[in-house]
Design a binder for this molecule. Sequence first.
Ligand SMILES: [Zn+2]
Length: 94
Amino acid sequence: MSEAPVKTKKRFIAGAVCPACSEPDKLMMWSEDDVPHRECVACGYADTLNAQGLSVPKELGTRVNTSALKPAADKSVQAVQFFPNPKLKKKSED
Ligand SMILES: [Zn+2]
């Protein structure tokens, strides 16, 4: 089974305050596989909510979706296209 990544709609949460930088109205929220994701556009803080509705902070720099961010000023950081082999699916992750 190979499903294309679902495009998620990110929405700003009115009145929400970032737990990391305390900036209001900077949090975006969307769902992936019914899991609520949040991301702060001000500081880059991101987390998900688990089944109990508790915040689970993401590790920065590992799985950050840079396509949603402004282009980095440092041109030495180059986007690399990576084509994973579908036969080599990780089973331990997620
Ligand atoms: Zn923030």
